[in-house]
Structures are given as C-alpha cells and as structure tokens.
Design a protein around this ligand. Structure first.
Ligand code: FA5
Length: 333
C-alpha cells in the first residue's frame, strides 16, 4: 500500500473510533491504538517516511503532520465532550416552582360512611360488614316478607340469571341492608348493638333522589329492655350529630314486614320533608326465624339512605352527581 493511501485509511479509522467513543475509557483506548507512543498505528506509519525518496519526502511529511494534527484535535474535542455530565448542571433551574401532583381524596359517600361509623361508635354500635349477593332467605324469608309480597317481585329486584346457591336457590343483589340483621342474629346471641353500611340494588326509576345502586346504613339493637323510646333517641341523636342540633326530625307511622310497630323517619328539607329511612321494633316472627325467644328479647332496627344525609348536609340537590364521577363535583369535598 502506498504511504498516502495508508495515511488516509489511518485518518478515517482514527476519526471514526474517536467519534464513537462515549466515555473517557473508550476514548483513551482509541488514543492508545492510534496515537500511542510505543505501539500506536501512527508510529508504524512514521517508519514509511524513512523509506520515501527525497522527492516524495516533503509532500509525505506535510501529509503526515496534517493527519496527526487532525486526529489529535478530534481527540481533544471529544475529550471535552465526554468529560461533561450528560445533563449540564445549568439545565436545571432550581428557582423554578415545582409541578405539584394533584392529591386524590375520598369520595363524598365514603367520607359520609366513615363519619356515620364514628358517630355510631360513640353510641356504642359496632360496625359489621356482609355480602352484597344474597339468597332469598336473608333478603326476604327471615325478614318476614311473605311470598306474595310485592317487594319480592322479580321485576323489582336484580336476580342473577346464571347464579344460584350451593343448594340451587336463586341469588339476588341485596335490595336492603336488613339482610345483615339476619346474618348477625344467626351468628350471635343478645345483647347486640351493630350497624352495617353498604350498597344495595333496586331497579327503581332514576331521578334526583333515587338511583338503582345506593347506600344504606342498617342499625340493630337487641336486648332485654330496648324500647321504641330508645330507637327514637338514637335516631334523633344521630341526626343531630350529623346534620346539626337544630335538625327537625319527624317519625311517621308506616309498615315494614320485619318491624312492628314501624315508622318512617323524615327531616325538614326545602319547603317540606325528605324521607331518610325506615325503622321499628323487630317483629317477633323475625326473632323466631333466627332462634331467639321473643318473650325474652326484643329490640329495634333501622335502615337509612346514606346519600340523602350527605345531600342534606352539603345542599346537593341531585343524587346522580355521586355516581357521575365528574371531578369538578368531587373535588369540592
Ligand atoms: C328499607 O329498605 C328498609 N330495609 C328500612 C328498614 C330497616 C325499616 C330496618 C325497618 C327496619 P326503604 O325501602 O324505605 O326501607 O329504604 C330506606 C331508605 O333508603 C329510604 O328512606 C331512602 O332514604 C333510601 N332509598 C330507598 N330507595 C332508594 C333509591 N332508589 N335511591 C336512593 N335511596 C333510596
């Protein structure tokens, strides 16, 4: 190979290696390979100079020096680049305000559920939880709801088409939290003082105060001398604790198959009253269905619509807002 071509090849290879070196160690490797004093490739080329004729020598010498200078300059420039940290320190402006991640918050209904639990705990009620998929015994039979009762109409309930209990009985999404009364009494002996809060499901027409999925708080107190006066006191104290001491509460005679006598509980709302729930003294038939002696034990039960309390407290006039997940609504709580 003639010396001019050899020099051109050397230059091309050296510049490529230097450009490809991404860190100081790789660059040093390239320096040793091409410019190394002892075994570098430039040193080999130097020996060609000695073999050149006197006519060739000036041209070749100049070319040799140009190549050497070019490769040394490229090495130096690359050294300056790899020595710098990847992100230049000046790229971070510590005086700029940070971007704060938005904090999440609890859904207003979850906040209400927790507050109800705290209030009722002060009155000595323990929180229990149970299933949302129920059998007819716990949703109807044990609650003294007879077979011909309209509340059992399949069109007024969400029955599961493809599910049944282990014994082949139909399964439905519970239509009331009163199911938990039965579950608790089946498992425990009096005295009992529990609440249970959760979702219930009914194919109701959706409007400002009704939804197909809503939350209820069930309360149950069983003992030897629990009276209607105890029930009214607990509900009045509860309404005062959540809605304020001046809240007007009204008890209206009503009917539920599982309580006798029964009442409906209303509070003042706008120019009238808003129904918050049902309540009453647990019917002796219900006590018998769980194996209690109605001569010995008695008690009260109540079931309140949770969203309606939250609506009253915050002046929300449409229950649908709770389920639309519009952050402009949710971030106000
Ligand atoms: C019951 O569900 C009875 N289990 C309550 C009860 C428990 C009575 C224990 C006696 C003893 P009712 O169907 O009235 O009752 O519902 C109770 C409350 O749930 C209503 O007052 C209302 O506040 C709320 N509610 C009922 N239907 C809806 C609905 N579609 N959307 C939102 N809230 C509702």
């Amino acid at each position: 190979m003639d010396p001019i071509t050899a020099l051109a090849e050397f230059e091309q290879a050296a510049l490529a290696s230097i450009a490809a070196a991404n860190n100081a160690a790789a660059l040093e490797q390239a320096r040793i390979e091409f410019l190394g004093k002892k075994q570098g490739r430039l040193k080999d080329l130097q020996s060609l100079l000695g073999k050149a004729t006197p006519e060739e020598r000036p041209v070749l010498g100049k070319r040799f020096n140009d190549v050497k200078t070019a490769v040394e300059a490229a090495l130096e420039a690359r050294q300056a680049i790899v020595a710098k940290p990847k992100v230049a320190a000046t790229a971070i402006d510590l005086t700029l305000p940070g971007t704060l991640p938005e904090l999440g918050r609890l859904h207003p209904l979850t906040q209400t559920v927790r507050e109800f639990q705290q209030i009722m705990a002060r009155f000595g009620f323990e929180v229990v939880d149970d299933r949302e998929l129920e059998d007819e015994r716990h949703n109807f039979d044990a609650l003294n709801i007879p077979l011909e009762h309209p509340a059992r109409d399949p069109l007024d309930n969400f029955y599961l088409a493809a599910a049944c209990t282990a014994s082949g009985k139909p399964v439905l999404m519970r239509s009331q939290t009163s199911t938990v009364q039965i579950r608790v009494m089946e498992q425990r002996q009096p005295p009992i003082r529990v609440i249970s809060l959760g979702r219930v499901y009914r194919p109701d027409d959706i409007d400002a105060t009704h939804h197909v999925m809503f939350h209820q708080m069930e309360g149950l107190m069983i003992g030897r001398d629990v009276t209607m006066a105890s029930l009214k006191s607990v509900l009045r104290m509860f309404a005062a604790a959540y809605l304020g001491g001046d809240t007007e509460v009204r008890f209206r005679p009503s009917f539920f198959p599982f309580t006798e006598p029964s009442v409906e509980v209303d509070v003042r709302w706008k120019n009238g009253w808003l129904e918050l729930g049902g309540a009453g003294m647990v019917d002796p038939n219900v006590l018998q269905s769980v194996g209690y002696d109605p001569e010995e034990y008695g008690g009260f039960a109540f079931g309140l619509g949770i969203a309606r309390f939250c609506m009253l407290r915050h002046g929300i006039d449409d229950i649908r807002l709770f389920y639309q997940n519009d952050v402009r609504f949710l971030r106000q709580f």
